[in-house]
Design a protein around this ligand. Structure first.
Ligand code: DHB
Ligand code: FE
Length: 292
């Protein structure tokens, strides 16, 4: 059976990828941001995921305005980075997990989520940056990956309530996978940011802090916001909060916060990090450690 070992929600600002490529982790601007991640690396050592479901938003790379699925899922053997942003050094391709992809597709379509299944898929910074932050040694990547895209490019976007339901359905599907797997769910994006228009540079710290709190114990409080309200509260690109809501929804209650971090700004973004685990998983891990 597949087990969700936890959820990591993290910002994916492309400048982070540039800082990694240049080795700037200890520079004054970057240190307060990167210092949050060793605690996550230590936690990953303990929970040992072998698969990743990455809930992220493609930024017009793999999908563009001509064809834009609301939800899409990769079912490829591997995924290559093709982010056009910073002229970064090549990132080794990420291994896919077709058996689990097809299981998710079967389960989700049966639950009336009609995702677009993609046997080829290019990934952008929203996929690569969380991977590099969580596994800074890079390739060979220690996990097989499944990209799941939520449309944040072309209106109408799916609502927070719909993304929450998608996350619940992914959680149910994972627990019904017949093979053993230890899956980490990643929510990529946010927190508040707006890159253009009259409010460019907009950041809303009180709202971000509210989200960081409610995502732990009361995620359903966030699903009543309309997307127009989320954009007003979090900025146009802050709508990436939808990924965090979907990722959080894959966990069953009760949930424990393992780690969190908030740092303003990275580029134009309020950078956020939240690591969650099911309380039962923490208890099982503690008793396994005592027995060992
Ligand atoms: C920035 C943030 C993003 O989420 C993104 O996709 C691109 C740029 C930024 O703050 O620079
Ligand atoms: Fe983004």
């Amino acid at each position: 059976m597949a087990r969700i070992v936890g959820v990591v929600c993290t910002s994916h600002v492309p400048a982070i990828g540039n800082a990694i490529a240049r080795g700037w982790q200890q520079e004054a601007y970057w240190k307060p941001f990167f210092d949050a991640y060793p605690a996550v690396h230590a936690w990953l050592e303990k929970v040992r995921p072998d698969g990743v479901v990455m809930l992220y938003n493609d930024h017009g790379l793999n999908f563009f305005l001509d064809k834009l699925p609301t939800f899409a899922i990769g079912a490829a053997e591997r995924y290559s980075n093709a982010d056009e942003g910073w002229g970064l050094p090549t990132i080794d391709p990420f291994p896919g997990y077709p058996a689990l992809s097809w299981h998710l597709i079967e389960s989700l379509v049966a639950e009336e989520f009609d995702l677009t299944s993609c046997q080829e898929m290019l990934v952008d910074h929203a996929f690569t940056v969380p991977m590099q932050l969580l596994w800074p040694r890079g390739a060979p990547w220690p996990v097989r990956t499944i990209p799941v895209c939520i449309n944040t490019v072309q209106h109408p976007l799916p609502s927070a309530a719909r993304c929450y339901k998608l996350g619940r359905a992914i959680g149910r599907a994972l627990s019904a996978f017949p093979q053993d797997a230890r899956v980490l769910v990643i929510g990529s994006g946010g927190l508040s940011h707006q890159l253009d228009g009259a409010r460019a540079g907009f950041i809303n710290k009180p709202f971000d802090e509210l989200c960081l709190t409610q995502l732990v114990h009361q995620p359903e409080a966030l699903i009543h916001y309309s997307n127009a309200e989320l954009v007003r509260l979090a900025g146009t690109q802050g709508i990436e909060l939808l990924m965090w809501i979907a990722a959080r929804a894959t966990l069953s209650e009760p949930v424990v916060k393992v780690h969190s971090h908030y740092h303003i700004p990275i580029s134009n973004t309020a950078s956020g990090l939240l690591v969650l685990e099911q309380e039962t998983a923490v208890r099982n891990r503690d008793s396994e450690a005592r027995a060992a």
